[in-house]
Write a protein that binds this ligand. Structure first.
Ligand code: GDP
Ligand code: MG
Length: 303
């Protein structure tokens, strides 16, 4: 299964920090070359420290997709912020991703201050360069470099791939010499069941226009592989209140049907086999305080 790495192998962790929506997941997906994390046009969709693993030259690079650093209010939010900072302090390279169009907002500012306080050098990555004029981009870069915490600056578009190759060359050359820690074919250490739950949650985000999805959790209850290679996946969508159930179901169950069809399509592509997906909706008031979710997401309940 695993080929031995080249003699001059390198291995390291790269933390990708950034405000919600700046394109962290998009960048990681592009670096890894396969979809591993959830991408959503809405904010704050990443709840776990999902690892993507990129191979480039002799380097194996573990990318930590941090769950956004923002003002924590609930217990779950606090756990996510703690996990994000933990990811940063363990990493060999810390990157701050900034949306070139949005510039430095309050979220980015907080991260910059956190890095400064820790005395950490970081790599500045200006993303979404397809959305801004060159002179604005250079002005933003100059302004950010005045802060004095950035060792290098990259300008790229995670969406269309411009500049991503240079960035990948750079991080591959910067991680320290060392043996690879993961099998070559492993792109994410996120268990398949969790990944499948993320796929369904992503479709809920896309197909509902309510605040409800932020109060939604998806669990994969069972995963069965049949002799013909197809899989049967049963999932439960947990909502917090009775009133949210009809929103998820839609008129005559139309919405959940669309969510199921879209998620099934995505899973079929990801798994490369026929998928039978069954979704159930349940009300569970306290899911965001539930310890089992914190464990499943690798978060610290007492953060
Ligand atoms: P995250 O919250 O930081 O993980 O951000 P996502 O990766 O989920 O991206 C948020 C949104 O920005 C999505 O709609 C992406 O398609 C979009 N996006 C990401 N990178 C780029 C880029 O380079 N250019 C443009 N135009 N959009 C991008
Ligand atoms: Mg994300």
């Amino acid at each position: 299964m695993t080929e031995s790495p080249p003699e001059e192998s390198r291995f390291g962790f790269v933390a990708v920090l950034g405000a919600p929506n700046v394109g962290k997941s998009t960048l990681i997906n592009r670096l890894v070359g396969s979809k591993v994390t959830i991408v959503s046009p809405k904010v704050q969709t990443t709840r776990s420290r999902i690892l993507g693993i990129a191979l480039h030259g002799g380097s194996q690079i573990v990318l930590v997709d941090t769950p956004g650093i923002f003002q924590p209010k609930r217990r779950l939010d606090r756990a996510m912020v703690a996990a994000a900072w933990q990811g940063a302090s363990d990493a060999d390279i810390v990157c701050l991703l900034v949306d070139s169009e949005r510039g430095v907002d309050a979220d980015a500012q907080r991260i910059v201050e956190g890095l400064k306080k820790d005395g950490r050098q970081a790599v500045l990555v200006l993303n979404k360069i397809d959305r801004v004029k060159r002179e604005n981009l250079l002005a933003l870069s100059a302004r950010l470099n005045e802060i004095g915490i950035f060792s290098d600056t990259f300008m790229l578009s995670a969406l269309n791939g411009d500049g991503v190759g240079d960035f990948l060359d750079f991080i591959a050359g910067r991680v320290p010499p060392g043996v690879w820690h993961y099998p070559e074919d492993q792109i994410s250490d996120l268990p398949q069941r969790l990944l499948a739950a993320e796929v369904t949650r992503e479709q809920l985000f896309h197909l509902t226009h309510q605040e409800v999805p932020y109060a939604v959790a998806v669990d994969t209850d069972s995963w069965e592989t049949f002799r013909d290679g197809s899989v049967k996946i049963m999932q439960t969508i947990y909502v917090q209140r009775d009133s949210q159930k009809p929103i998820i179901l839609g008129k005559g169950g139309s919405l959940i049907k669309r969510v199921g069809a879209a998620a099934r399509g995505e899973l079929t592509e990801m798994l490369g086999c026929a998928v039978h997906l069954f979704l159930h909706v349940k009300v569970r008031e306290k899911w965001s305080e539930d310890r089992s979710h914190f464990r499943a997401w690798g978060l610290d309940y007492n953060a």
